[in-house]
Structure formats: structure tokens, C-alpha cells
Design a protein around this ligand. Sequence first.
Ligand code: PEP
Ligand code: MG
Length: 360
Amino acid sequence: TELGSANDHSAILARALGVPAVTGVGPFLGQVEDGQTLALDGSRGCVWLAPTPEQLQELEQKGEARAKERAAVKQTAQRPAATRDGRRILVAANINGPSDVAHALDLGAEGVGLFRTEYLFLDRVSPPTEEEQVDTYRLVARQLKGKPLIVRTLDVGGDKPLPYFRSEHEANPFLGRRGLRYSLDRPALFKLQLRAILRAAAEHPIKLMFPMVSTFDELVLVDALIDEACAELQGEGLPFDDDIARGIMVETPAAVLAADHLVRLVDFFSIGTNDLSQYMMAADRSNAAVANLVTPYQPAVLRAIHQVVEAAKSKGIPVSLCGEMAGDPLAAPLLIGLGIGELSMSAPAIPLVKARVREV
Ligand code: PEP
Ligand code: MG
């Protein structure tokens, strides 16, 4: 693509589908003619217009080597991932819907660490009903056969507007009404989703997770809405989980710096490095011009991760990481060293990351 960066949502979709991609190349599509050969190397972020035979051969060899490596690690994908000194790391998948689950399990997913439910709400003319949502969450959970499932509530706004609700124009949508802010502004829509998740959790090991949290007060409001939803379900005689585990995505600098307070209201943290990187570095994750700044490998972001782990330790709650960083095999040793116990990633990355964990 001419626009975008490696961690915006179109790139994440491509990665989940195993489609090689290079993003944010700048204006070039106008130079491409019909029938022209293009070559690309997603791992280096390079595109060749009309590559020479030598370039093509080199890239094809690289592609084959990569395919071989993937086939080899797939052999061990179903085995657990533990470091050599026996530290068990849970390796889970990020999914967008029920149709992603079989593929994730085939690649060795030990659960779903991030179900991006907003995809159920996009691409349609009205929001899904409670029954539709309950069916979808159950469908995912049934396929997982008892493996853990973390359902993230609606994360719209930013680069994912909801088509059927008119929203005010925002000059900076990533700094606007996004994630949990959006849900709290539409309590009826939000409560419906909470009810659906609570109902599905009656029979399955489901946890609740909230995106884009920045204050303690937001969590107090969330707790009140969960209590309301539970009281309603009770009144209606519908089975639900009255003690569901709740966690937050840590993806704003505010949540990092207040993690030692927020920890009082949650059962787990999951670090969203895609957003955390953009907000820590003050660089829009969908803007190609600043893409080089939006990386979790900056010391500022690594220190943020460390700080969140320390806050979690103070209460003894688990910390996972579900940004794209989790799927980078190079990052695994670093994240394990920092104290992360669970990595959730796009499914194609699972076998390689598991193999890497076993070498540490
Ligand atoms: C993140 O921000 O790291 C994350 C996992 O959430 P999303 O990519 O959906 O914003
Ligand atoms: Mg995010």
C-alpha cells in the first residue's frame, strides 16, 4: 500500500491471513502497469517494480527458505512452549471472529488472548443483537473446547468508525472517542454486549477485557454496568457468569503510569503495544511518515512494559501482551525476561514464537 504502517489494522488483517504485505511505500501505484511483475519482501519492507531476474531469484529463494522454516516449526506447533529452565509461556491467538479459530488451533494456539469483537459490528447496517452476539461468542468458545478465551469489548473509533452511528467529526480520532470511551458514551449498546459476554461465559472459560482505558473512574463505571447487566440477567432467569474475570488493555501512557492503581480493579493486564507505541512515541500508527517511531523497541516503550509487569506483580495478577510485538520471535526472549507470561498474536506467528520460546 502507498499509505499506512505495519501496525495499522489493514496490516494486522493481512498478517492474520498470511498475506505478504508492504505498507506505507508512498506514491508509486501510478507507475505500475497492467501485467507488470512486482516483487516484495514483507520482512524488509521492500518492493521491486519490474525486478531483474537476479533479484527475482534471490527473493524466490528467500521465500522458499521461509516456507521451509515455517513447515518445520509447524511440526512442533501443538507442543507447549516452555523455556529450557521450565518457565511455561502461554501462546494464544488474536482473532476477529469464529472463522479464525480452526486455523489458529491448527497452528498451535493454546487459547484466544484477544478476540477483536468490533469486526462483528463493522460492515453491516445495524449493530448485532444480543442473541447474535451470544451465538457468536459461544461458537468461538465451543471450538476452543475449554481453552481460555479473552473477549475484548467493542474497540471502535480511531481508524475503525461504526458506519451506522453518526459521530461528530474528530480532528484527531486516535485521541478521541475510541475504545472504552465510545462504549461508555453508548451505555445501551455497551450493556448489550456485556450481557451477551456474561451469558456465553456461563458455560465457557471466558474473560472480559476493555480497550483504551485511561482512568480509574472508567473502570468504576464499567463495574457498575456489569453489576446492572448481572442484575437484569438474574431477573430474567438467564444463566450467566456472576464472577467473570475482567482485565484491561494497557495501551495508553495514563494506564501505564496509573497501573498500580488500576490493578485494584482488575484480574489481569494485557499490554497493547500497537497503541502503546503510538501513544508513548506521540506518533500516529497509521501515518507512514512517522512509522519508524511507532515501535515497541524504543526504550520508552520497553520501560512502560516493565512498569506494567511490576504493577501486576504487586497484586500477583497475570500480564499478557497482545500487540503485534508478541508475534515477533526476536521479541520473545526480551518479553519473557521482562516477566510477560502470555503472548497473544496473529495465528501464522504461533509456531515460530513457540519454537523460539523453547530455545530461551
Ligand atoms: C494494541 O493496540 O496493541 C492492540 C492489540 O489492539 P488493536 O491493535 O486492536 O488496537
Ligand atoms: Mg489497541
